[in-house]
Design a protein around this ligand. Structure first.
Ligand SMILES: Nc1ncnc2c1ncn2[C@@H]1O[C@H](COP(=O)(O)OP(=O)(O)OP(=O)(O)O)[C@@H](O)[C@H]1O
Length: 464
């Protein structure tokens, strides 16, 4: 009986990924010299940061081009080669033609920084170089907070005004800024604001009207975005095709839903947001975490559809993605791996494994490669704290003091919570004060005071 117990079955467990800290000094020196050689070959210089000492930074493509025109022509050549390759692999002439009409995006020596409270500049992105081509999907991966969304924002021209950036961003070899520019703020809060349909951006947060159904959201959006030359019937047809492309046909009449009434699931909302953006068949599509909230099967289907659309329409897709399953990862043609705002790897996704292996971090058998890469480059948890001793909890008085202090800091920093209220109360006091000015002492004055009392009670009562 004992032998049939599930506990006695031998279980397979993946061998651990080689750890960065386990590297011997000899290996470490070898890696550093490889990195230096790679950087020299790539025409990039590495600045001396703590990150460099523990992991080599490199890009998977070799380019000696140093000027933007040289970069653009290098990308053109890559595109030609890509077209020749896809032609030989059975891609139709129509698909190749749409790729040729597409948008190539290149960025060179891109830096993004933000001034901290002491007015010192903190770099979010450093020295990034890369490209994205029509008909292909570039996945931007990396640990949380490494700068994936910032890179997307920088490429899409959506960086907030608190950031500074420099470097070259070329569209089809020309220095152009995508038409987001001034409407940054508007796009952040209103997903239905567009100036042209050549590019679209799906943000991390779904900004959908909660009372509308899926069909209504997509159809209204089609009416707003699609050209007047298209008839109402064509717009409706496009809306419904797009909904079907994202497998939302069963939820067409379901309301989006919000805090008061549950409607779609988080993953379904994500798919509706994607529908709204791909309606116009943009030439350049930015997706910030398109699969967050989706299970692995849904993630696969959504990414697969996006990749098919990219192939069919020659769309250039740049997607930041957190933790793709092995199947999803295999769908990506190109990979940009970031860590602490710097490129660890840029190149074909299929060659990342070789890159990591040649640098001393081979992916263990049967491990999802993307898990391995993220685990290897994540340095957020490198410093581990010691075990907590018993009785190490703060006492009651400390807790009260800390909670009070935390609450004050929160109130002081929250513009709406503290400063806005203060301003409202001061203006209210001034308004109320003027009423008492020369009010007199007759019966009419008493009525004014009563009215004032009722107004103040009404204004200061908290709505439930
Ligand atoms: N406008 C800004 N002002 C100050 N800091 C910023 C600004 N934009 C981004 N950052 C900081 O830059 C870092 C990278 O942020 P970003 O949102 O790009 O990371 P991410 O890789 O997309 O993270 P996640 O995967 O968790 O969404 C974070 O530490 C963030 O606080």
């Amino acid at each position: 009986m004992e032998s049939s117990s599930p506990d006695n079955f031998p279980r397979w467990a993946p061998s651990p990924s080689p750890s960065r800290v386990l590297l011997s000094p000899v290996e470490d020196t070898k890696i550093k010299s490889n990195a230096a050689r790679d950087s020299a070959e790539n025409g990039l210089s590495l600045s001396c940061s703590s990150m460099e000492r523990i992991f080599p930074f490199s890009i998977g493509f070799k380019s000696t081009a140093t000027t933007s025109t040289a970069y653009a022509s290098a990308v053109e050549k890559l595109l030609e080669a890509e077209c020749a390759y896809v032609k030989s692999s059975g891609t139709t002439d129509i698909e190749i033609a749409s790729r040729k009409k597409g948008i190539s995006l290149t960025w060179e020596d891109l830096w993004v920084g933000v001034a901290d409270r002491k007015r010192e500049q903190r770099m979010i992105l450093q020295k990034l170089t890369g490209f994205a081509q029509p008909g292909e999907v570039l996945a931007i991966m990396g640990p949380s907070g490494c700068g994936k969304s910032t890179l997307l924002d920088a490429l899409a021209g959506r960086l907030s005004s608190s950031t500074q950036h420099r470097g070259k961003i070329l569209i089809n070899g020309r220095k152009e800024t995508l038409a987001y520019g001034l409407r940054n703020l508007v796009t952040r809060y209103c997903s239905f604001w567009y100036s042209d349909n050549s590019h679209a951006y799906v943000t991390q947060d779904d900004t959908l009207m909660t009372t509308l159904t899926v069909r209504e959201v997509v159809y209204y959006s089609a009416q707003l975005q699609l050209p007047n030359a298209m008839s109402k019937a064509e717009k409706k047809e496009r809306a419904e095709t797009t909904i079907r492309e994202m497998s939302l046909q069963d939820s067409m009449n379901t309301r989006i839903g919000g805090w008061s009434k549950k409607g779609l699931s988080g993953g379904q909302k994500r798919r509706v947001s994607i529908c709204v953006e791909i309606l116009t068949r943009p030439k350049l599509l930015f997706l910030d975490e398109p699969t967050s909230g989706l299970d692995s099967a849904a993630s696969y289907h959504v990414m697969n559809r996006i990749i098919k659309l990219a192939h069919r329409d020659g769309t250039t897709v740049i997607a930041s993605i957190h933790q793709p399953s092995g199947e999803v990862f295999e769908l990506f043609q190109n990979l940009c791996l970031l860590s602490s705002g710097r490129t660890v790897y840029f190149g074909p996704a299929s060659q990342a494994e070789q890159f990591f292996a040649s640098n001393g971090f081979p992916c263990p058998t049967l491990r999802n490669p993307s898990d391995h890469y993220l685990r290897t480059i994540n340095k957020d948890f490198d410093v581990k704290g010691g075990a907590l001793e018993k009785g190490s909890q703060a006492n009651f008085i400390t807790q009260c003091l800390v909670l009070t202090r935390r609450s004050f800091v929160n109130m002081y920093r929250d513009l709406g919570y503290y400063w806005l209220r203060l301003a409202i109360y001061i203006s209210l006091c001034l308004c109320a004060g003027t009423i008492f000015h020369h009010i007199g002492s007759n019966f009419g004055s008493i009525q004014v005071i009563n009215m004032l009392k009722i107004s103040v009670t009404y204004l200061s009562s908290k709505p439930h």
